[in-house]
Design a protein around this ligand. Structure first.
Ligand code: ZN
Ligand code: ZN
Length: 132
């Protein structure tokens, strides 16, 4: 199986995910905009048992609008988030797709929080819209 390699900006914190992601989504919510510094978050989720992490990380827990804890793991040196987990789905690990630095990474299949979408953002025509 192929391993997708992800890392923070300084590559101190590194991650390998085996096989294909089970979910690839974009999220337009304001919390994702703040976290990424971009117009939306773009993430791929893998089963936790297929993910291996090396390096030091710091954690930040944010409570979502639905009251669930999201635990962000980021490099203490450069600050880039390399993965995060949700307490309601401990079996999955989400990786910001930018951390793979791979323009050939598959497109998102699901789009979330479109009420907060920047109006110029274009998405694949067959993307599924998930409502909140
Ligand atoms: Zn780093
Ligand atoms: Zn979001």
């Amino acid at each position: 199986m192929t391993a997708h390699y992800a890392a923070c900006s300084c590559e101190q914190l590194r991650l390998w995910a085996e096989g294909e992601p089970v979910r690839i989504s974009v999220c337009h919510c304001l919390a994702c905009q703040r976290r990424t510094g971009s117009a939306f978050g773009f993430q791929a989720r893998f089963p936790a048992e297929r993910v291996r992490v090396e390096g030091r990380c710091s954690e930040y827990v944010r409570i979502s609008d639905a009251g669930e804890a999201r635990n962000f793991h980021f490099c203490p040196d450069c600050g880039a988030t390399v993965y995060y987990t949700a307490e309601t789905q401990p079996e999955l690990i989400a990786v910001p797709v930018g951390a793979f630095a791979d323009p050939a990474f598959p497109a998102p299949r699901i789009s979330v929080w479109e009420s907060r979408q920047h109006p110029w953002v274009g998405l694949p025509e067959d993307v599924q819209h998930e409502h909140h």
